[in-house]
Design a protein around this ligand. Structure first.
Ligand SMILES: [Zn+2]
Length: 359
């Protein structure tokens, strides 16, 4: 099983699919899914949705499996290599793309080898890494499963049961330009106005479940000019949706007050990217994942993370999704790697999930 899976994994990571550029990889996947007995199509956004009939059981509820098909950068020209230690790494200066192609390879292998399974639906999203854009545009009318598993956690010993609400705040400050030496009094310094606003914000860890940050600032063109434009990108998140929403409003108010006190103008765009989710630790998907992982000797813990995954959107849409591990390490770096033994464990876990879900 592992030779075939490793070969397919390597084939997949050699097909470039940085976010926004997944078309060729999705074409490949259409073929790969058909090869293992699925019916697959792309939705209008280019996400792949497939279904597989039940095997060895009848009248059982379908489950959803999901992965994402895009990768972070640098993800062009990936050359995977399997070391003598049984670990697959990228040979060059790219990521490996185990995130999330190891997950896809494991799902395809589990579909090949599992003797028993409920009806399976598979969704592979585009543009997950750039703000869950694919899953937000997914054609949910093609899914009937009400619960399932997102194969997109790195380690096998944790099961992600939730993530925070997340607000992105884009700020554009407009002042007035003037010569910095000749007539500075005629100008309104947009950088100073933005700086005043940022200095007045509460940033960092605000309580045990709430954070805020300013991550990017950009402004001005020349040293000797009073800058008339400055933009900055802020964010806030909380496990409590109400707190995140209130904080986004507070940040907006503070920014407006401080910028306008300098005579500059400000445009603030607030985008609610994601709504907080926490599924109970005794939810079906979490219990099944725990029991399946126990069959491969892993005592997995349920965890809440401060980042987010496609599962947040599935759960927001009423599909109970737990996030389980694929065995990858050092994701989003050129040191990303995956041990074949961990990929095999993930496959055995999926086979056990199928068996339990078919019971
Ligand atoms: Zn991922």
């Amino acid at each position: 099983m592992s030779e075939r899976m490793v070969r397919q994994f390597m084939e997949m990571v050699r097909i470039d699919s940085e976010s926004g550029n997944e078309a060729r990889f999705m074409e490949y996947l259409l073929g790969a899914v058909t090869e293992v007995g699925g019916k697959a199509a792309l939705d209008d956004y280019g996400n792949l949705i497939a279904s597989f009939p039940a095997k060895g059981c009848e009248g059982v509820e379908p489950i959803l499996l999901s992965c994402h098909g895009d990768t972070v950068k640098p993800g062009v020209g990936i050359e995977p290599a399997l070391g003598a230690d049984g670990v697959i790494r990228s040979a060059g200066d790219t990521i490996l793309a185990a995130d999330d192609k190891a997950g896809i390879a494991e799902v395809l292998e589990a579909l090949r080898v599992a003797p028993v399974r409920p009806p399976i639906e598979l969704a592979v999203s585009r543009q997950e890494e750039v703000g869950l854009l694919g899953v937000k545009a997914l054609d949910f009318s093609r899914l009937t499963a009400r619960r399932g598993f997102l194969m997109d956690n790195d380690t096998l010993d944790t099961i992600v049961i939730g993530g925070p609400s997340y607000f992105a705040i884009d700020v554009t400050v407009t002042g007035r330009s003037a010569h910095a030496g000749m007539e500075p009094e005629k100008g309104i310094n947009a950088i100073r106005a933005a700086a005043k606003a940022i200095a007045a914000l509460r940033l960092g860890r605000l309580d045990d479940e709430t954070t805020a940050n300013v991550g990017v600032i950009d402004g001005g063109i020349i040293r000797n000019g009073v800058p008339d434009s400055c933009t900055f990108l802020a964010e806030c998140r909380s496990a409590d949706h109400g707190k995140a929403a209130a904080l986004a409003e507070e940040m907006t108010k503070v920014i407006r007050r401080e910028v306008e006190s300098t005579g500059a103008k400000v445009v603030i765009e607030v985008d609610e990217k994601c709504r907080a989710v926490r599924i109970p630790e005794d939810a079906w998907a979490v219990e099944i994942a725990k029991r399946a992982l126990a069959t491969v000797g892993i005592d997995a813990k349920a965890v809440f993370i401060t980042g987010f995954t496609d599962a947040s959107i599935y759960n927001n849409r009423g599909i109970e999704m737990a996030v389980v591990g694929i065995g990858a390490q050092n994701e989003h770096s050129t040191d990303e790697c995956v041990a074949v033994a961990d990929m095999e464990k993930a496959v055995r876990m999926l086979v056990a999930v199928f068996r339990m879900a078919a019971d």
